[in-house]
Write a protein that binds this ligand. Structure first.
Ligand code: GCU
Length: 413
């Protein structure tokens, strides 16, 4: 029952809307014991905890203990970065337990003219040095996924990829809008491979444990753990406004951002960019990537209990709109791309829509209509959504929207 290879032969994604199975969308405002949830108090006392518990033990996996920052060190810093536009810091957070040691580095840019800056926090796929051409950004020595076009052939990052992901981060725009950017190379927290002997997991093993139990953390939960530790650090850093940290992520790291927002209420807002299956998209639609497919390709991302739902989405008592509801009443932005059918744009939209009644309990405005907005026509309420032209990616258009929306939601601008 826990094998990840659960469909025989080749997987053919469904991209035909008329072949989406019929299903009932679980009602976020009805408890597992069929009790109607009528107000914020009942949501917070009954429904939110049981949903959080379900996602914890059956989807992402529970973090089996506490692990605090042992020490941190500013390994590099400048008050005159990017031609005088920004302050830059590179900070190592260090952890140790069970004879294992782990550290990861946060690259932080802050706008010069803001005393305590709001920040966008997000993981990157190929190292901090890829988000900007700034020559002072250190190159991580952690394991990286090979990508010959970035010069990564032996799982090692090199100088060749400096700045290659500049487009995906829009650093200057972010700084000009008065926000900082903090980013971490996700493989420093847990290498993205099906191997539980490395990364953060072993630090919290019990004696002799080799891999997480069925209900314990996969890689996504491990990455969210890292985001929460970054938040712990921001609480110590006088230059960052820890009450205005917006957690952002693309794709697998968008799944991570959503789970971070759900589990750690210190995050002021959450952005899911093209997060797809196991992120914003409704699993029960089985459109594009499915639960069985994701668990087969990436058996290490979710907890092993999640495999129970391989080709069995109908038996899930929850769906991903309830993950989004767990973020309420904090602002959440779900973004799709027209050509990114693998991530099921319509399923991502419907999740934002079906999460909205929970936001309404708090008198916050969600997505008002079940009709998908036109391409490049964002709907920006406390729950926001857009579908833009183009592929699976993060673009300048995306960041322009995120900034406008953050200005409105966090600063009433
Ligand atoms: C794969 C995977 C997706 C994931 C994406 C990414 O396509 O199937 O679930 O979101 O990688 O992280 O880029």
């Amino acid at each position: 029952q826990f094998s990840s290879a659960q469909f025989g032969g080749e997987f053919k994604p469904n991209y035909d809307e008329s072949k989406v199975p019929e299903f009932e969308v679980p009602n976020p405002l009805k408890s597992f014991r069929k009790r109607k949830i009528k107000n914020v108090r009942q949501w917070e006392k009954i429904r939110r905890p049981e949903l959080l518990d379900f996602f914890t033990h059956n989807v992402y996996g529970k973090i089996p203990g506490e692990l605090k920052i042992e020490s941190w060190e500013v390994v590099e810093q400048s008050n005159n970065a990017l031609n005088g536009k920004a302050r830059r810091k590179q900070v190592d957070l260090i952890f140790s337990k069970n004879g294992h040691r782990l550290f990861f580095n946060i690259l932080i840019y802050l706008p010069k003219n803001v005393e305590k800056a709001p920040v966008f926090l997000g993981y990157n796929f190929y190292g901090n040095h890829t988000v900007t051409n700034d020559v002072h950004v250190r190159i991580s020595e952690a394991w990286a996924r090979n990508n010959p076009s970035f010069g990564i052939i032996h799982n090692q990052l090199t100088e060749q990829s400096r700045g290659v992901r500049e487009n995906r981060w829009q650093l200057e725009k972010i700084l000009d809008a008065g926000y900082g950017l903090a980013t971490i190379f996700y493989c420093e927290v847990d290498p993205d491979k099906d191997d539980f002997s490395n990364g953060i997991h072993p630090l919290l093993y019990t004696d002799g444990q080799q891999r997480p139990a069925y209900n314990e953390w996969g890689a996504i939960a491990a990455w969210t753990w890292g985001l929460s530790r970054a938040m712990d650090y921001f609480e110590q850093d006088d230059e960052v406004d820890e009450n205005k940290v917006i957690v952002f992520g693309h794709s697998r790291l968008g799944k991570t951002a959503l789970w971070a927002g759900a589990t750690d209420q210190r995050f002021a807002a959450v952005i899911s960019n093209n997060s797809g299956c196991g992120g914003a998209a409704l699993s029960k639609r089985r459109f594009g990537e499915t639960v069985a497919r994701i668990n087969r390709s990436f058996p290490h991302w979710f907890c092993r209990n999640f495999m129970i739902f391989n080709q069995n989405e109908e038996s899930l008592p929850v769906d991903q709109h309830e993950l989004i509801a767990l973020i309420a009443p904090r602002p959440v932005y779900v973004a799709s791309a027209k050509e990114d059918l693998w991530a099921d744009p319509r399923g991502e939209f419907l999740s934002a829509y079906y999460a909205s009644p929970v936001y309404n309990l708090y008198e916050k405005e969600g997505i008002p209509s079940k009709e998908m907005p036109d391409v490049n026509q964002p709907v920006q309420n406390t729950v926001a959504y857009h579908i833009r032209t183009g592929k699976h990616d993060v673009t300048e258009f995306d960041w322009e929207q995120y900034i406008l929306w953050a200005d409105k939601e966090l600063f009433n601008k």
